[in-house]
Design a binder for this molecule. Structure first.
Ligand code: PMP
Ligand code: GLN
Length: 382
C-alpha cells in the first residue's frame, strides 16, 4: 500500500483526477458524473439537514433507508429481504466491501476475483491477509472462461468476489456463469460477495443479481451504493443485503470502521430508491446515449472499441494507433489530447496478460458536449 519511498501510493483514480486538474484536461478517468441527480433526492437531504437530522444515526442504518432497500430488492428482483435483519447501511460500497472482506477472510484464505478487478479489491484482500487469485476476463467480450473459473475455485477458497456489471470492462455476466459460480461456491463451501453498484446502468440486458439464483441467497452478500444510481458519489451511502447470520459478522467489523454513516443522506437515498420505474429506465437510456457518443468518437479517433454493456466505462485498445503501453499513453494523454483516462493495467496484477497492456478505460458518465469535445481532441492522436 506504500510506495518504495514510504509514501502512500495514491489510487489510480486520485492520481488521474489530480492530473486532470493540474493540466486542465477533460477527466474521463475517475468515474463520477458531471451533473446532479434527481432533485427529489437532493431536496430530501436538504430537508433532513434543516429538520435537524444531524447526529449519529443507528450503526445498521436508519430504518427508512433499510426499508427502502428491502422494497427495492422486492420490486426489481422479486427478492424477499427482511429490512430489520438482512440489510446493513455502509459508507458507500467501499466500506461494504471492506467490512465483508475483513470479517469473512482469515489470514491465508483465498479470495477469487475476476481480472481486471476494481482496485479496492486487491488492497482489501491484502489488508485481510488473504491470497488473491484471479480469473482473467477474455477478449473480445471480457467473459471468464468456465474452465478457468472452475480451476480457480478450490477448497482453499473462502470468498468468490464478483463485480457484475463489471468495472472497468462494462461486461455483464451471463446467467450460466452466475450459475456456475453458485455451483462452485456449494462444491467448495465458499461464500459469494457480489458488487452490483452498476445494477441500474445496463444497456439492454436485464441485470440478474446472483442472490436470486437457486441456492445462492444463503451464502451471498450483495453490495450496492446510491452513488452511481443517483449521481451522488460524494455522499458515500452504500449497503449490503444478505442472510442475517453473515450480516452480523459484517456489522461486527463495520462498527469499528466508520461506526455510522451520513444521517441526512440516508432518507434522501431512500427517496431515490422509491422513485418510479421511469427514473431507472431513464438513467440507463441517458447513459446509453453517452456510451454511444464516446464509443463512436473513440472509433473515429482510431481506437478499437469494445462494446460496453453496462456501467460508466468503455474499454478501447490503443494498439491500432501505435500505442502498445496504455499506462505510458495515459500519462501522456493530457498533453497529447487534453484528455485523462485510466490504463486497464491499473486493474490488474503486475503480471498482467499482454492482451491487456494496450487497453484504456474511458468514463462516459459526462455531459454529451464534454464527450464530443473529448472525442474531437482524441482525433489528434492519429
Ligand atoms: N465497486 C465498484 C465496482 C466501483 O466502480 C466503485 C466506485 N465507483 C465502488 C465499488 C465504490 O463505490 P462507493 O463510491 O459507493 O464506495
Ligand atoms: N469507481 C470510480 C472509478 O472506478 C471511482 C472510484 C474512486 O475514486 N475510488 O473510477
Amino acid at each position: 500500500l506504500l510506495s518504495a519511498d514510504g509514501r502512500v501510493r495514491a489510487s489510480i483514480f486520485a492520481e488521474m483526477s489530480a492530473l486532470a486538474q493540474a493540466t486542465g484536461a477533460i477527466n474521463l478517468g475517475q468515474g463520477f458524473p458531471d451533473e446532479d441527480g434527481p432533485e427529489e433526492v437532493l431536496s430530501a437531504a436538504r430537508s433532513a439537514i434543516s429538520g435537524g437530522m444531524n447526529q449519529y444515526p443507528p450503526g445498521i442504518g436508519l430504518p427508512v433507508l433499510r426499508e427502502a432497500i428491502a422494497e427495492h430488492q422486492a420490486r426489481f428482483y422479486g427478492l424477499e429481504v427482511d429490512a430489520d435483519h438482512e440489510t446493513l447501511v455502509t459508507a458507500g460500497a467501499t466500506e461494504a466491501l471492506a467490512a465483508c472482506i475483513l470479517s469473512l477472510v482469515e489470514e491465508g484464505d483465498e479470495v477469487v476475483t475476476l481480472e481486471p478487478f476494481y482496485d479496492a479489491y486487491g488492497g482489501l484482500i491484502a489488508l485481510a491477509g488473504g491470497n488473491h487469485r484471479t480469473v482473467p476476463l477474455r477478449l473480445p467480450h471480457f467473459q471468464p472462461n468456465h474452465d478457468e473459473l472452475r480451476a480457480a475455485v478450490t477448497d482453499r477458497t473462502r470468498l468468490i468476489l464478483i463485480n457484475n456489471p463489471h468495472n472497468p470492462t462494462g461486461t455483464v455476466l451471463p446467467q450460466e456463469t452466475l450459475e456456475l459460480i453458485v455451483e462452485l461456491a456449494h462444491e467448495h463451501d465458499a461464500l459469494i460477495v457480489t458488487d452490483e453498484v452498476y445494477e441500474h446502468l445496463t444497456f439492454g440486458q436485464q441485470h440478474i443479481p446472483i442472490a436470486t439464483l437457486p441456492g445462492a441467497w444463503e451464502r451471498t452478500l450483495t453490495i450496492s451504493s446510491g452513488g452511481k444510481t443517483f449521481n451522488t458519489t460524494g455522499w458515500k451511502i452504500g449497503w449490503v443485503t444478505g442472510p442475517a447470520r453473515l450480516l452480523t459478522q459484517v456489522l461486527a467489523v463495520k462498527q469499528f470502521l466508520t461506526y455510522v454513516n451520513g444521517a441526512p443522506f440516508q432518507p434522501a437515498i431512500a427517496v431515490g430508491l422509491g422513485l418510479p420505474d421511469a427514473f431507472f429506465t431513464g438513467i440507463a437510456a441517458d447513459l446509453r446515449t453517452k456510451r454511444d457518443v464516446l464509443s463512436a468518437g473513440l472509433a473515429n479517433a482510431g481506437f478499437e472499441v469494445f462494446e460496453s454493456q453496462a456501467s460508466y466505462f468503455v474499454v478501447a485498445d490503443a494498439a491500432p494507433l501505435g500505442y502498445t503501453d496504455a499506462a505510458q499513453l495515459c500519462r501522456e494523454l493530457p498533453e497529447l489530447a487534453g484528455v485523462v483516462a485510466v490504463p486497464i493495467s491499473a486493474f490488474c496484477h503486475d503480471d498482467l496478460g499482454a492482451e491487456y497492456a494496450s487497453l484504456v478505460r474511458f468514463a462516459f458518465c459526462k455531459r454529451v458536449e464534454v464527450l464530443e469535445l473529448a472525442a474531437a481532441q482524441l482525433g489528434d492522436l492519429r
